[in-house]
Design a protein around this ligand. Structure first.
Ligand SMILES: CCCCC/C=C\C/C=C\CCC/C=C/C(=O)SCCNC(=O)CCNC(=O)[C@H](O)C(C)(C)COP(=O)(O)OP(=O)(O)OC[C@H]1O[C@@H](n2cnc3c(N)ncnc32)[C@H](O)[C@@H]1OP(=O)(O)O
Length: 260
């Protein structure tokens, strides 16, 4: 029984809705990653499900990205386990045979942005408080190559390089302009817009669409699959550095002080 991930039958036949519900900010903790992988595996094996709308249960925060507390003050074995789970979620999402539509109803930084970029289509609510992007450099860390590749595959090399170096978090209109999302709609129309896009994608025969998706994505997937262990070791090495730990602690403190 999953607590942090809710899966509901959608209003349309063959469509499921997967909702994030990990308060306060839907951060991707190790438990959340594991629950997501299990939920996605069940959906992947369910022949009645052809498409999945991915959204947050409560509007405001789609996903706050990776859980910073999993990457601060822990030991190398924990970092390795955590990173393997991050890889596993990306592999499941990016290779899913289902149509994935992200209905982005809140803040969508870093790992949250990555999760949405694995979807086949992104619809974002037109709320200036919501931003999306791979902001890792702003935290003093680096987006790994497969985060970068997923962005490049979506927006192209130049736009990706600029967005990655600056760690830009784009508000909806800018996100649409750069191509990081495909559609921006009034907030109250987000779910219906996502379902309407889903219907268009489901009008294509599954086998033809699935083979095309695999053809487009396999080279990117293969890059990680062939060096998963080396990627884990890179992550553990980088995240264990004192300078990186200090940068993450400072960032967490800034988040906490923002309230006071
Ligand atoms: C050349 C070699 C290369 C090798 C490369 C290998 C490896 C690379 C190394 C590392 C790669 C890591 C990749 C990392 C990806 C990530 O996803 S990092 C996380 C990025 N996320 C963010 O920057 C978002 C931070 N959060 C916010 O901006 C805001 O919290 C918000 C989501 C907009 C929500 O704002 P608000 O509603 O105002 O809520 P608060 O800010 O008050 O937050 C409430 C509490 O939640 C805590 N929190 C927020 N975000 C996180 C998080 N991501 N993880 C953990 N905790 C988080 C926040 O501190 C508050 O806590 P307290 O209640 O104060 O205790």
């Amino acid at each position: 029984m999953s607590h942090r991930v809710l899966v509901e039958a959608g209003p349309a036949a063959g469509v499921a809705v997967l909702k994030f519900r990990n308060p306060p900010v839907n951060a991707l903790s190790l438990e959340m990653l594991m629950e997501l992988v299990i939920s996605l595996e069940k959906l992947e094996n369910d022949k009645a499900v052809r498409g999945i709308v991915i959204t947050a249960e409560n509007p405001g925060i789609f996903l706050a990205g990776l859980d910073l507390t999993e990457m601060c003050g822990r030991n190398p074995a924990h970092y390795a386990k955590y990173w393997e789970a991050v890889q596993e979620l990306w592999l499941r999402l990016y290779q899913s045979s289902k149509v994935l539509v992200a209905a982005i109803n809140g803040a969508c930084p870093a790992g949250g942005c990555l999760a949405s970029l694995t979807c086949d289509y992104r619809v974002m609510a037109d709320n200036p408080k919501y931003t999306i992007g791979l902001n890792e450099t702003q935290l003093g860390i680096i987006a790994p190559f497969w985060f970068k590749d997923t962005l490049v595959n979506t927006v192209g090399h130049r736009a990706a390089e600029q967005a990655l170096q600056l760690g830009t978090l784009f508000p909806p209109a800018k996100a649409l302009q750069v191509g990081i999302v495909d559609q921006v709609v009034p907030e109250e129309q987000l779910q219906s817009a996502a379902l309407s896009v889903m219907a268009q994608w489901l009008a294509i025969p599954d086998h033809a669409r699935q083979l095309t998706k695999t053809m487009m994505r396999k080279p990117t997937v293969d890059q990680l699959v062939k060096q998963r262990e080396a990627d884990i070791q890179s992550f553990v090495g980088l995240i264990s550095q004192d300078s990186i730990q200090r940068a993450l602690q400072t960032y967490l403190q800034k988040l906490r002080q923002k309230k006071g």
